[in-house]
Design a protein. Structure first.
Length: 264
């Protein structure tokens, strides 16, 4: 199971929208996908139509109560897409974890042994760099970082990269940045275009070619409890997420010829 944390401590940059729609796109290609809602806001769970009554067990139980993964997973309306939902008590977990043994490794340990059941796990992180996000970074092998095309896009990125470096040196040496995805791009707005160019100039190849446009269908879909890819699969936002998922698969499973060429 490839485990990818979707992280950026900035709020509202498109983490959850990316988790839901990339997850759906991956499931559509036949992959078995597990979403883990690590955000006490529970937006990923709500956006997939998991109502409060269905959230009897949640990420909180996984992290704090030692619940088994198999007991907290809920299936969604999307074939091959499962989720560990989040409830508000997860906000207390940030503090409760401090007292617990292995407080940075609770998610990693909970996922161990489940690798046969899913091909990909996507962790939707909260907008902070606290213990919940740290647990995600310790459990993950790579990071997908959504970056909003706005003036302060790069601000805070160094803080995120510092945290990644700390996790790498102390807990998870193999942690990589799978890619940075530019979100909420508006081609009629010259500023967002400039920001996209600047980000590419600074970060280079790590930025995905695909850019997610600002698209109202992406923001409407969660209120229907559906991924945009199902709510309106032909809208520009859905098409962009399909393209992003394709790029992501290319980075996760590089073609053999490339790998052997590199090895040679
Ligand atoms: P948080 O940090 O609060 O968890 P987030 O990073 O997960 O936020 P989202 O919840 O995905 O961000 O997006 C923030 C808001 O912007 C939501 O209302 C979402 O529907 C909307 N949104 C996200 N991406 C787009 C887009 N490409 N076009 C239009 N609206 C978008
Ligand atoms: Mg979110």
């Amino acid at each position: 199971m490839k485990c990818i944390a979707i992280a950026n401590q900035k709020g509202g940059v498109g983490k959850t929208t990316t988790a839901i729609n990339v997850g759906t796109a991956l499931a559509a290609t036949g992959k078995r996908v597990l979403l883990i809602d690590m955000d006490p806001q529970g937006n990923c769970s709500t956006g997939l139509g998991i109502n409060r009554a269905e959230r009897t067990r949640s990420t909180y139980d996984l992290l704090i109560n030692g619940a088994l993964l198999s007991d907290v997973v809920v299936s969604t309306r999307v074939p091959r897409l499962d989720i560990v939902p989040a409830t508000v008590d997860l906000s207390g977990a940030e503090i409760e974890l401090v007292e617990l043994d292995e407080r940075t490794h609770r998610l990693k340990f909970a996922l161990e042994g489940a690798s046969g059941n899913w091909d990909v796990a996507l962790i939707d992180c909260p907008p902070s760099l606290g213990l919940l996000t740290m647990n995600a970074m310790v459990a993950a092998e790579s990071l997908l970082v959504p970056l909003q095309c706005e003036f302060f896009a790069l601000e805070g990125l160094s803080q995120l990269l510092n945290t990644v470096e700390r996790i790498r040196s102390r807990f998870n040496p193999g942690l990589t940045i799978l890619g940075v995805a530019l979100t909420m791009y508006d081609r009629r707005n010259r500023l967002t275009d400039q920001v996209a160019q600047d980000v590419r100039a600074v970060l280079g190849k790590v930025v995905f070619d695909t850019v997610i446009p600002r698209n109202v269908r992406l923001s409407e879909a969660p209120s229907h409890g559906l991924p945009a890819l199902i709510y309106d699969y032909r809208c520009p936002g859905s098409e962009a997420y399909i393209a992003l998922a394709r790029e992501l698969i290319g980075r996760l499973d590089p073609p053999r010829s490339t790998t052997s060429a590199q090895a040679a």
